[in-house]
Design a protein around this ligand. Structure first.
Ligand SMILES: Nc1ncnc2c1ncn2[C@@H]1O[C@H](COP(=O)(O)OP(=O)(O)OP(=O)(O)O)[C@@H](O)[C@H]1O
Length: 727
């Protein structure tokens, strides 16, 4: 059903009185640099616009949609639970659901209710008869309907919304007109039309899209729902059944795509994922803090976010590893060492089990017990499950004997026999309980135990690397490292299966060790994953070398690997400069092609030693609009923090949110990954490189730091620049 009075396309074009928008993003033909080709013109608010002009009508529709949304919210708020909830538990659950629903229906100030419109040529699936006017849909963050239940805004994730992201002049997907809306604050102030089926219109770049890409960045990450690109949309809407892996350079939208994919999957498979759960994994808490508002803004409030470290936190991590130890501990061969060490606890019986019941003794001979143990070892069930099954097997053997001698025991007798002290003692001896942390503690403390189970798996040198210099006395007192916690998690999974979620998004995946991939993989063993990363940004000693290998560790060998190459963050000059490092850090990877039109600014500035030059650069950039990030080698951060504070520019830490008043963040290089700022001062590249254990890792860290800027970058240096940055 048309939602606005439909007017024929030609008539609409005639009555439009707006003028093309000249700034900030002029309409221009798509160039070879990768501008986004559209057939478009922008119309904005103008005093001469007649009351019935399209913009006025769209505003009226927006106002009506807002009223309808309010009515939907009021309907939910007015729900009376007294009759429906049978008890207080049900009532509490329902109340929570209602609260969530009310929150999801909030009309967020500054978040447009719709951002696009599609005019179909014909009713989808209809006859397609000449002259038939198709329906018109406004596309927004959530579904809004009027009092009759007719849609006023369609959820961007609905199938009819898909052409908004994918339709092109080449394949209009049945769409006659695609309209994008521009907002200033919460006000609808502009629109831009593409007549997809009109071959006469020239290709141009979408000005509204450019405006969105180039907007200043202050505060946490925002959603990109109005401007998802076709190649991004393909990943966002990929089916729930398969795992997708995305390789993409800095600023190609991997994080954005991953988050929108979760929102899409929750829409398309709401019930299933409500049961099984979804999880977003990021590299550290400040990153998670930066992205945490994207999903709630899309109406999704139930997605858990976690770091890998938090995921495996069965012990308190208070220690660190030297790189050689961490590399071995993160190697997938450790899984085999753990498996062997665990199953070494199982022994084959030499004695029979004798169960005394009343005046009778029942004897299960050793060879029969051995058969049971061997059979359980052969089955692919967890150590703990087998341990639980063994007493029942023994009891069953006793029951068979009872029946043979004329007794008629029932299930209760079998349970009682299984709990018999003789059976319990036998099980404890044959298949003893194992605590995962104690198992790892012994492996890392006892050279003989490690040697026995790592025989033929780890070299002597590797064994020496992982052994603790001072063996720990207890699980509590051990100074566990992050890599140790992953080993404990692996051992725990060998004993008891880790529950699987429905879908996991793994961001900045390139930094995970094989053992960490396994830890994530078992959390989506019966679900699927979205793996996002950039091989060039891997800065751990065990960084991913190939996605195929990583996917195998994750247990998702069949996943498709997609590549994103259009860059939405970094200006052309800056990405060109950073890309000089690519041949040294990830040969074979294509440089990102920036789609930003604003060239931004880029300067490499020699400064005298000491913080004065850096402080001056920060002050200079604070004179511009948007956020400023000062990125420096971790060791230089305290000195720079003091200098900035003394200069009256007290900086925020990377976890703290930038605001209009506090726009300067001091970011240690080790935490810069995934973040972005309008303007960046990068302090002393040689120190960033020098802080890493090897040159390649150092250059990769530098690549990450060089690619955080949205509008401009000043590189300040007193020491010579790393030679690899020379052309
Ligand atoms: N289609 C789009 N429209 C508008 N902005 C976009 C689009 N895609 C990405 N962006 C913006 O580009 C910036 C970079 O995106 P994102 O952080 O997701 O990139 P990334 O590939 O994860 O980068 P990195 O490798 O540095 O972590 C973000 O501000 C994001 O909102």
């Amino acid at each position: 059903m048309p939602l606005l009075p439909a007017s024929p396309r030609s008539a609409a074009a005639r009555t439009e009185t707006g003028r093309p928008r000249a700034s900030p993003a002029p309409v221009r033909p798509a160039g070879p640099s990768g501008g986004i080709p559209l057939t478009t013109s922008v119309h904005d608010d103008s005093p001469s616009a007649a009351a019935d002009a399209p913009l006025a009508r769209e505003r009226a529709h927006l106002a009506a949609a807002r009223r309808a949304l309010r009515a939907m919210r009021e309907d939910v708020e007015a729900l009376d639970l007294t009759d429906v909830a049978a008890n207080w538990v049900n009532a509490a659950v329902l109340e929570r659901q209602i609260e969530d629903r009310v929150k999801a229906l909030a009309d967020l100030a500054g978040t447009p209710l719709f951002f696009g419109r599609l005019d179909y040529l014909h009713a989808p699936g209809g006859s397609g008869a000449e002259g038939a006017d198709g329906p018109r849909f406004h596309i927004g963050r959530r579904h809004v309907h009027d009092a009759d239940g007719d849609p006023m805004v369609i959820d961007w994730r609905a199938p009819v919304s898909q052409p908004f992201y994918r339709a092109s002049a080449k394949d209009p997907m049945g769409v006659a007109l695609r309209r994008r809306f521009g907002y200033t604050g919460g006000d609808l102030t502009a629109y831009e039309d593409e007549h997809l089926s009109d071959p006469a219109q020239a290709s141009a770049t979408s000005a509204l899209l450019q405006r969105e890409i180039e907007r200043p960045r202050v505060g946490p990450m925002r959603d990109i729902v109005a401007t998802i690109q076709p190649e991004q949309d393909e990943i966002v809407r990929a089916g729930l059944g398969g795992t997708v892996c995305v390789q993409g350079g800095p600023g190609t939208g991997k994080t954005a795509v991953g988050l929108h994919r979760v929102a899409y999957l929750l829409y398309a498979h709401r019930e299933r994922l409500a049961r099984t759960g979804t999880l977003v994994i990021g590299p550290n808490r400040s990153f998670l803090h930066y992205i945490e508002q994207v999903l709630p803004a899309l109406g999704e409030l139930t997605v858990r976010q976690s770091t890998v470290d938090d995921l495996v936190a069965r012990v308190e991590v208070r220690g660190t590893d030297e790189a050689p130890a961490a590399v071995v501990k993160g190697d997938a061969r450790m899984a085999e060492v753990l498996r062997r060490a665990l199953y070494a606890h199982v022994t084959l019986p030499t004695e029979p089990v004798v169960v005394v019941r009343g005046s009778r003794r029942w004897r299960v001979p050793a060879y029969e017990l051995e058969e049971m143990v061997r059979e359980l070892l052969d089955r692919s069930i967890r150590y703990g499950a087998a341990r639980e099954a063994l007493p029942q097997r023994i009891a069953h053997a006793v029951l068979v004997r009872m029946e043979r001698s004329g007794e008629a025991p029932d299930d209760r007798v079998q349970d009682a026999v299984a709990r018999n002290p003789a059976v319990k003692a036998a099980v404890k001896a044959l298949w003893p309980p194992v605590d995962p942390a104690r198992l790892v503690l012994r492996l890392l403390s006892d050279p003989d135990f490690l040697a026995e189970h790592a025989e033929g798996v780890l070299t002597e040198e590797e064994r020496a690397a992982v052994l603790w210099a001072r063996p720990a006395r207890s699980v509590r007192s051990a100074r566990w490292s992050a890599a140790d916690a992953v080993l404990i998690d692996e051992a725990a999974d060998l004993i008891e299966r880790t529950p699987s979620l429905g879908h996991v998004v793994l961001d900045e995946a390139q930094d995970l060790s094989p053992m960490q991939y396994r830890a994530v993989g078992r959390r989506c063993s019966t679900g699927s994953a979205t793996v996002l990363g950039d091989l060039a940004q891997g800065t751990t000693p065990w960084a991913t070398r190939s996605w195929r290998e990583a996917l195998a560790h994750l247990g998702k060998e069949g996943a498709v690997v997609e590549e994103l190459t259009a860059g939405f963050r970094v200006p052309t000059d800056v990405i060109a400069y950073a890309s000089r490092l690519l041949p040294h850090i990830a040969p074979g990877l294509a440089p990102v092609a920036s789609v930003r039109e604003n060239p931004g600014f880029f300067e490499v500035r020699p400064v005298p030693a000491g913080p004065a030059g850096v402080v001056a650069a920060c002050r200079e950039l604070l004179g511009r609009e948007g956020s400023v990030g000062l990125i420096a080698a971790d060791a230089r951060v305290p000195e720079l923090a003091a200098a900035l504070t003394e200069a009256g520019l007290r900086p925020l830490g990377p976890g703290e949110e930038t605001t209009g008043e506090a726009r300067l963040t001091l970011v240690p290089a080790s935490l810069a990954k995934g973040l972005e700022y309008d303007h960046v001062v990068l302090d002393e590249p040689a120190a960033v490189v020098g802080a890493e254990p090897d040159e390649r890792t150092g250059l990769r860290r530098l690549y990450v730091c060089l690619t955080r800027a949205v509008s401009g970058l000043i590189v300040t240096h007193a020491a010579p620049l790393p030679g690899h940055l020379a052309e």
